[in-house]
Design a protein around this ligand. Structure first.
Ligand code: CP
Length: 319
């Protein structure tokens, strides 16, 4: 079966997920991002790679980092960027997602950046564009339900490569609410694609999805065991808005059992880095002293996100 995000020449047509993405493409995105990192330090922060192109930011779910860095990335590539205000759009009057897409396509959109609470929404849009003869329009998944957040996965890989250089000798721990996390899924696919020999998932049984072992992941319910000797710790937000029922006793209990504290961080390698996709719940999954400490690379992740999103967009646009 054809990969829905690749064209018939095997080139990136849409970015919907990291699952099944060839290593060559993942590495090409990271290498292209490297060439954009220095642009922020220049007097002129723009390159003309997407001059004349229209990028539509469609965020049906809230965002600070992803939406803003996509906007900055679009502007640095000289694209025209349109941020649709969903709550003030006709979606609030009952217009369907695909009718919205058709109307924006009629305004000559070149790229849609889509965040949606429903898993699969960006796939639906990509399929609709193909079925209506608009395959020249590109779709980037900016996070769909609990399914995937591919640009977060890529910026996480960029961050790990920046600090650790080589993926093939690392142990990476992903900690917390893995069940509801699209970031965890994208990170696991990216880490295994790039050859990380040991990926660990750490969390309470109620927040660990089935099938992790089949994805090549070692599962730990004891954080003190799981953090021993790791090079990279990726903390996840406890996603109360995606939980139904009582999967957790309380935020305080979660912190006691799974929060990343200074004492627990000491179980990892001395040069381990601490990552978090944001937004953080301080005192729930991470102690402030760790979040603001010398091993945290949480804000550099955000900065690298601009270059990584520039890379994704410029590659999709044919550069
Ligand atoms: N990491 C992330 O997706 O953050 P936002 O929800 O702020 O975009």
């Amino acid at each position: 079966m054809l990969n829905p995000q690749l064209n018939k020449n095997g080139e990136l047509q849409h970015l919907l997920t990291i699952e099944g993405l060839p290593k060559k493409i993942v590495t090409h995105i990271l290498d292209t991002a490297s060439s954009f990192v220095g642009i922020s330090d220049r007097d002129v922060k723009k390159v003309p790679l997407m001059r004349g192109k229209s990028v539509f930011n469609l965020f049906f779910e809230n965002s600070t980092r992803t939406r803003t860095t996509f906007e900055i990335a679009s502007k640095r590539l000289s694209a025209d960027v349109i941020n649709l205000n969903i709550s003030a759009s006709s979606a609030s009057k009952g217009e369907s997602l695909l009718d919205t897409i058709d109307n924006l396509s009629a305004m000559h959109a070149d790229m849609f950046i889509v965040r949606h609470s429903q898993s699969g929404a960006p796939y639906l849009i990509a399929k609709h564009l193909r079925d209506t003869g608009q395959s020249h329009v590109h779709v980037v998944n900016a996070g769909d339900g609990r399914h995937a957040h591919p640009t977060q996965g890529l910026l996480d890989m960029y961050t790990i490569r920046h600090y650790k250089k080589d993926f093939t000798n690392l142990t990476v721990a992903i900690v917390g609410d893995i069940l509801h996390s699209r970031v965890a899924r994208s990170d696991i696919h990216a880490l295994t694609t790039l050859g990380v020999p040991e990926v660990r998932a750490i969390g309470p049984r109620t927040l660990l999805p089935s099938g992790l072992e089949q994805m090549g992941v070692r599962v730990f319910t004891d954080i003190n065991e799981g953090l021993k000797g790791v090079d990279v710790i990726i903390m996840l937000r406890v996603q109360n808005e995606r939980m139904s029922g009582t999967l957790l006793p309380s935020a305080q209990e979660f912190f006691k059992s799974y929060g990343l504290t200074t004492e627990r961080l000491a179980l990892a390698k001395p040069d381990a880095i601490v990552m978090h996709p944001g937004p953080m719940n301080r005192g729930v999954e991470i102690e402030s002293a760790v979040a603001d400490g010398t091993q945290a690379v949480i804000l550099p992740q955000v900065t690298f996100g601009i270059a990584v999103r520039m890379a994704v967009m410029s590659i999709l646009a044919g550069n």
